[in-house]
Design a protein around this ligand. Structure first.
Ligand SMILES: C[S@@+](CC[C@H](N)C(=O)[O-])C[C@H]1O[C@@H](n2cnc3c(N)ncnc32)[C@H](O)[C@@H]1O
Length: 504
């Protein structure tokens, strides 16, 4: 830990421990919006290959790929990437080649990541690969584990996955318990039997936040969560970059958002509890904290307690100052309306998570009913519902608009696409902070469509907003940002040309 402190000290940071959160990253100097707080290469990473998508192991490109002829599992875009990965893949390739063909099909990205983790440790121990303070297995070992919080089913699954890793590596001295514990540090099995990244693994995304792969970044993993984060994590290739999106004063804790923060407090808390095993006490969460099991929801009118509202489920609401907007916003985020046409209210989950209650008239809608509506809306957009878990249907209104926008763009219906794009921006403005990458990306899309339709002045405004946000969240040096800034320059040049030709 001492060594690590020395490394992060030079970057204006310190690692500390908080009783309620464990390790945390603190600043020892001021950081300003857009400033890089931390950069880290992955200890190991893999592309998220599946039966439908393949990516190069070196650069995650998805075109002009060739399979490794020996193991028939890994893809490369060319000899440069193959060579850059060879030290590690040589061992991995030998191990995978020994497997029967059928067994190789079971080598998912999560299994590969674990195999590579142990192979990298071996190469570092044997000094074929250098070790540094931040690039060492010790750091992976120190990552927080929630094995004790998992149920029997999950433990059994991790034990089976550890066995497969053992079968691939065939090391007699391997510690199966340690592998199972490592799995629990990176993945989590959900009720619908889907594996999702948990705690300490990160989804590597491109500049437009499309997922490409999974990586372990043990220093970035020290950063705790807040629903009102002061920093954002993005990727430049495989490198992770944490940038400030707010002024972070000396001595403050650096925080990022682990989940999509567009949900209501209850939705966010549920996701954090299920996936990361903690109850968030960030300023956004403690504003509306339901007291379980029969929670008293605080609602606000203008100045003081107005009335106690008795809901059919015997939950009651006290209307208090400062929180009406939160409730209303949460309800709008959830996107469900009261089934009574005469009522303008929105629905929120009830305290027992069995259904939804109108926040205006108290009328109840069952979970099944809401799910059915969700399916109908999804059918309209002709896309399959990606997941039926309650957590994922909650942002449906916004997500449906996003889906429709994508479809309209694919169809080349630019006018309709622009209308939907503007609608999603309005939604994002409500649910995300001013400097959120998704908002910046949506302004970028809007600007491109406006320009295409000849609305140059509007395009300049949207592209300017995109640059203002994305230069903070993404920096300015990536090819993606350079392209955006060039587009803005071109739009400005076109506008001034149009103006000058009008004058003539
Ligand atoms: C990626 S780790 C972050 C670093 C961690 N605190 C440690 O000691 O290594 C994620 C875990 O940290 C804890 N954590 C993160 N953010 C938290 C928060 N806002 N409040 C409480 N615990 C938090 C939870 O246990 C979570 O599963």
């Amino acid at each position: 830990m001492e060594e690590l402190q020395n490394v992060v000290r030079d970057a204006g940071l310190a690692v500390s421990k908080l009783p309620e959160k464990g390790r945390c990253l603190l600043t020892t100097k001021n950081f300003y919006p857009g400033e890089v707080i931390l950069r880290q290469e992955p200890y190991v990473c893999v592309p998220n290959n599946s039966s439908t998508v393949s990516r190069c192991d070196g650069c995650f490109a998805s075109e002009s790929l060739k399979k490794c002829s020996a193991c028939q599992v890994v893809w490369y875009c060319g000899s440069t990437c193959q060579k850059s990965e060879w030290k590690l893949h040589r061992l991995e390739c030998n191990a995978l080649s020994r497997l029967e063909k059928e067994k190789r099909k079971a080598v998912t990205p999560s299994i590969r990541l674990m195999v590579r983790l142990y192979l990298r440790r071996k190469l570092q121990n044997e000094m074929f690969i250098p070790t540094s303070v931040t690039d060492s297995y010790n750091f992976v070992e120190a990552l927080v584990s929630h094995l004790k919080d998992l149920d029997e089913k999950q433990r059994v699954l991790y034990a089976q996955m550890a066995n497969l890793v053992h079968l691939i590596l065939q090391w007699p001295e391997i510690n199966l318990k340690e592998i199972a514990e490592n799995f629990s540090k990176f993945w989590h099995l959900f009720l619908d039997n889907k594996m999702q990244l948990a705690c300490n693994a990160h989804t590597i995304c491109d500049c437009e936040l499309r997922p490409l792969g999974t990586g372990l970044y043990p220093v970035v993993s020290i950063i705790n969560h807040s629903c009102l984060p002061n920093a954002v994590l993005t990727f430049e290739g495989k490198s992770s970059v944490v940038r400030a999106i707010d002024h972070i004063p000396e001595g403050a804790e650096v925080s990022i958002a682990y989940i999509d923060t567009a949900g209501s407090t209850m939705t966010r808390q549920k996701a954090l509890k299920e996936q990361y095993f903690f109850t968030c006490t960030c300023p956004r969460c403690i504003k509306v904290v339901p007291s379980w099991p029969k929670f008293i929801r605080m609602r606000q009118t203008h100045a003081c307690v107005k009335h106690v509202h008795l809901l059919p489920s015997n939950n009651f609401c006290i209307l208090l100052k400062g929180q009406h907007d939160d409730i209303q916003e949460s309800a709008i985020l959830e996107g469900y309306r009261c089934k009574d046409d005469r009522c303008n209210g929105f629905l929120l989950r009830d305290s027992e998570d069995k259904g939804f209650i109108c926040q205006t008239c108290g009328l109840r809608r069952s979970k099944e009913e809401v799910k059915r509506i969700v399916c109908e809306i999804t059918a309209i957009s002709d896309k399959k519902l990606k997941s039926t878990s309650p957590g994922s249907i909650l942002f449906l209104l916004m997500r449906t608009r996003e889906e429709l926008l994508k479809i309209l763009m694919e169809l080349g219906d630019w006018r309709e696409a622009l209308a939907y794009c503007r609608l999603t921006i309005t939604g994002y403005q409500r649910v995300y902070p001013e400097l959120h990458p998704l908002l910046g990306l949506q302004y970028y899309t809007c600007g491109k469509i406006e320009w295409l339709l000849g609305y140059t002045e509007d395009a300049i405004k949207s592209l300017t907003r995109a640059v203002d946000i994305l230069r903070i969240t993404h920096g300015t040096s990536s090819p993606f940002m350079k392209e955006l800034m060039t587009k803005l320059d071109e739009a400005r040049a076109e506008a001034s040309y149009n103006l000058s030709s009008k004058d003539e």
